[in-house]
Design a protein around this ligand. Structure first.
Ligand code: GLN
Length: 383
């Protein structure tokens, strides 16, 4: 039996459709993602906390869901907004239909709305807060009040909420998924070299980042967002990874302070997305909220040193302001969509960051060599 659902934006626009998830209501910033596949990775990416995600590809749910495609332990997005849910999903890996998966996780979803109209509105007016209400007790006036009551992501520190409560080792490599064995694998380090010890700060980390590190022979320990630098240094790692994560990087003062100390210790550092923004802030740059951000799997990015253009996966609403870069930070990559800064490198330290997602999941793998660069930086420090 279909139930109604409604999405109300803070500007008063109303989109009426049918519920494809749990009953109830949810508020957040409404963002559009243009990736044509990977809806399950998107839903479970912790960077989507407090965001209602609309997918511009019209048919979502065709291949159902399965536990291997999860980027974290649960659905992190505040809700899902789509054009059309297939009547009969089908795939050999499917274990659960998308609508059942949303319901089991208690997450609201809406289908049957004009996602193109919604996306145009967000693109023209910029990011907007919204409320998604589903079930038999819909109250559009209340939904508008809730949408307007959401304070917005600016100034919101969500990394500490998305993070793990306790440190843990991660041992699964990429191959475990490719072979379907789900087992553990660390590729061996080169002859005569010990494995690299990496501490990964979890600000809302995606699993595929951890797999990419393990597949390159790293021993990875994941630590909570608020772990002091001294605790990390006491583990004597060869390098520290700064993860992606939700919310505004600016209020994460604990992380910015830790990164400053790690830079002073000349610790090799690699930051992705939120981690890249935090590295920028720790070095004295500024971050800013973008008009509607980048969320997709086909964003062209240019390597400024070589001129090479790579297609990248993206998911961010904030960015490091290139104009604010201090002299010791060099711009390494730029977006060819809007010219915004995509990569930075410290001129005197073994530290660099990338705004997009070299781990893809979903998306292309053009930027995967950035993980190899991190390995090289750690090896040069070992020598
Ligand atoms: N994927 C991420 O790490 C996102 C970083 C940050 N929350 C932003 O929106 O810009």
């Amino acid at each position: 039996m279909t139930k109604p659902a409604v999405l109300v934006l803070e500007d008063g626009s109303v989109f009426r459709g049918t519920s494809i998830g749990a009953d109830g209501s949810s508020v957040g910033e409404v963002v559009f993602n243009t990736a044509m596949s990977g809806y399950q990775e998107i839903l479970t990416d912790p960077s989507y906390l407090r965001q209602l995600v609309t997918l511009t590809y019209p048919h979502i749910g065709n291949v159902g869901t399965n536990p291997e495609d999860e980027e974290s332990t649960r659905i992190q997005a505040a809700g899902l907004i789509i054009r059309d849910l297939p009547i009969q999903p089908s795939n050999f890996r499917m274990q659960e239909r998308l609508d059942d998966y949303l319901r089991r996780h208690g997450v609201v979803g809406i289908a049957g709305i004009d996602t193109r109209r919604l996306t145009r509105r967000l693109r023209e007016q910029g990011a907007q807060n919204g409320c998604l209400m589903a079930g038999d007790a819909i109250d559009e006036a209340a939904a508008l009040r809730e949408a307007r009551g959401f304070p917005g992501l600016q100034g919101m520190d969500l990394a500490r909420l998305a993070s793990t409560p306790e440190a843990y080792p991660w041992t699964q490599g990429v191959w475990a998924l490719e072979t379907g064995h789900g087992g553990h694998c660390a590729s061996s380090p080169p002859e005569g070299q010990r494995p690299l010890q990496v501490v990964a700060y979890d600000f809302g980390i995606k699993r595929n980042i951890l797999r990419m590190l393990v597949s390159r022979g790293c021993h990875v320990t994941v630590v909570p967002a608020q772990t002091p630098a001294a605790t990390v240094l006491a583990l004597e790692p060869d390098g520290v990874f700064l993860s992606n994560g939700p919310g505004d990087p600016e209020p994460c003062d604990y992380a910015i302070a830790a990164i400053r100390t790690l830079l002073e210790a000349d610790m090799p550092l690699f930051g992705i997305c939120l981690g890249h923004q935090l590295l920028g802030l720790a070095c004295g740059a500024r971050t800013q909220k973008m008009k509607f951000g980048h969320h997709g799997a086909n964003h062209p990015v240019q390597d400024l040193a070589t001129g090479a253009v790579m297609i990248s996966s993206q998911n961010h609403g904030f960015a490091v302001d290139e104009q604010s870069l201090p002299v010791h930070l060099e711009a390494t990559h730029r977006s060819l969509f809007d010219g915004s800064l995509q990569g930075i490198r410290h001129r005197d330290r073994r530290a660099f960051g990338f705004q997009g997602h070299p781990e893809a999941s979903p998306g292309p793998h053009d930027l995967a060599p950035l993980f190899d660069h991190f390995i090289e930086l750690m090896r040069t420090r070992q020598d």
